[in-house]
Design a protein around this ligand. Structure first.
Ligand SMILES: Cc1cc2nc3c(=O)[nH]c(=O)nc-3n(C[C@H](O)[C@H](O)[C@H](O)COP(=O)(O)OP(=O)(O)OC[C@H]3O[C@@H](n4cnc5c(N)ncnc54)[C@H](O)[C@@H]3O)c2cc1C
Length: 448
């Protein structure tokens, strides 16, 4: 599909060079990888071998050992999948620009993944400038959303209500499985790598250890999906309850591109006749809520700054309640160490620190409580983003920024006015007790 491709530079394929290059970043899989599929087609057309480059850069924004380990766990499998296509998988530790410059010397053309966050856009600009100087053709291909972001909308969508009809109208056009052919030219030799050595060698932030509860990689992602379909999908309408484990747990795998949203969509949609309401509720999250988040970070400049991430009505109500008395104030460390007076918050924080995951309903409660217990709204925002991106395996994602902004009114509406929150949606422990068997959630966390 043409709309997935964003041409970065005008150069065409140089048939006299040594190989075609595919720079894999966020789409860490072979299946439903439209960029890889394009790169293979081009390489075969020009009878060139293909190098798939994966750069592990030690100081990636906000990444720590937990994220690196999860990502690296997927690489051995990925290497097998890529070499089975006759392509060469090159894993390199280093800086993006210097590593790319080395690979560009002999590259005929480069295909790369698309990215939506500000630092992805900056990196694409740097690539564009360097590649133009070398007359290297570069195309960036979107595989991480179903409907390409500029096809879905041309501006920052106001809410799920406004983007939903557009996504639903277009979704069927973007579910096509890209062909995955073998390379016709024999593979070149690539650098060897060993995951354990890589993990030990990496000079990364080790403030958070790996999660014992999630293993990275495609095999684990597919297992999560099949377990979900087999055991939980039919009960998905009850999955709001944090005492149940009825969601898919796929967000870390979607974040690293170990599984594609297209394949998850198709696998679940196959049960639409059997469990229509449950499937529709799940697809609403996967398509509408998730792609609304991509729309937000792509089109809304300042999506990651307190001053610019939400709506005027939300800033007005926060200004009106700025001086309301806060009964409890906790520092970031007290929150991170689950040292608050609230057992439910403490449990949620413990789940996050230990597992790298938290149930959606508890994420909402957790974030709302940090707003209530911070000296001011900006401190609350920064604390929430820091903890979200430090501990969650799915953190640092478009969903992270959209969901945290939602706590402050983005994509939401004004509610009845009250202390501290003003017209922002409020949540309290009584709500948890009234709606759910919340003590079962406490038991679950205690056993972690
Ligand atoms: C304060 C707060 C912080 C959050 N931080 C993140 C984050 O850092 N990364 C992240 O991926 N999600 C985040 N979410 C959204 C949501 O909580 C998670 O995506 C979801 O809990 C992941 O669990 P799951 O894969 O089992 O979801 P499922 O219920 O199985 O849903 C399937 C997929 O749909 C998408 N999805 C589900 N719920 C939402 C939602 N509310 N908004 C957008 N997409 C959704 C996710 O990609 C998810 O993997 C946050 C929500 C809140 C309220």
């Amino acid at each position: 599909m043409r709309a997935r491709r964003h041409r970065l530079t005008e150069g065409s394929v140089k048939g006299d060079k040594a190989y075609l290059l595919y720079w894999m970043q966020s789409t860490q899989r072979v299946e439903y990888n439209y960029g890889l599929s394009d790169a293979i087609a081009l390489a075969n057309r020009y009878q060139l071998p293909l190098k798939v480059l994966f750069i592990v850069t030690p100081h990636y924004p906000d990444a720590n050992l937990r994220h690196y380990q999860f990502m690296l766990e997927g690489l051995s499998e990925l290497k097998r999948a890529i070499t089975s296509l006759n392509a060469t998988f090159c894993v390199e530790i280093g800086d993006f620009e210097a590593t790319l410059a080395r690979y560009w010397v002999d590259a005929a053309y480069m295909v790369m993944d698309f990215g939506y966050l500000a630092h992805h856009k900056q990196l694409r600009q740097v690539v564009k400038e360097h590649a133009e100087r070398l007359s290297l053709g570069v195309v960036s291909v979107e595989s991480d959303v179903i409907v390409p972001v500029e096809v879905a909308e041309s501006k920052c969508a106001y809410s799920a209500r406004t983007i939903r009809p557009k996504l639903l109208k277009k979704v069927d056009d973007y579910l096509e499985k890209p062909p995955l052919k073998k390379l016709s030219e024999p593979a070149l030799k690539g650098p060897d790598f060993d995951i354990d050595t890589l993990i030990n060698q990496l000079d990364v932030d080790r403030c958070v250890t790996h999660s014992r509860y999630f293993t990275g990689g495609r095999k684990a992602a597919l297992k999560r999906l099949s377990d979900f379909i087999e055991n939980a999908l039919e009960h998905y309408l009850d999955s709001q309850d944090p005492s149940t484990q009825l969601t898919s747990y796929l967000s870390p795998y979607l974040h690293f591109g170990m599984i594609g949203p297209q394949e998850v969509y198709l696998e679940v949609a196959a049960y639409l006749d059997t469990y229509p309401a449950a499937c529709e509720a799940f697809l609403e999250q996967l398509l509408v809520r998730r792609e609304l988040a991509f729309n937000f970070v792509y089109f809304c400049e300042g999506y990651d700054r307190f001053e610019t991430m939400t709506y005027p009505w939300a800033y007005e109500t926060m200004a009106a309640h700025r001086d309301d008395r806060r009964e409890f104030i906790y520092s970031l460390n007290e929150l991170a160490e689950s040292k608050t007076h609230d057992v439910y918050f403490n449990a949620a924080m413990t789940e996050m620190v230990k597992t790298g995951f938290m149930h959606n309903y508890m994420r909402m409660y957790w974030g709302k409580k940090i707003i209530e217990w911070s000296v001011d709204y900006k401190t609350a925002y920064e604390t929430i983003i820091t903890l979200n991106n430090r501990y969650f395996l799915d953190g640092r994602d478009p969903n992270s920024y959209a969901s945290v902004a939602w706590l402050f009114g983005r994509h939401d509406r004004a509610w009845t006015e009250r202390e501290i929150f003003g017209k922002l949606r409020y949540m309290n422990a009584n709500g948890l007790k009234r709606k759910f068997a919340i003590d079962t959630y406490l038991d679950y966390v205690n056993k972690l």
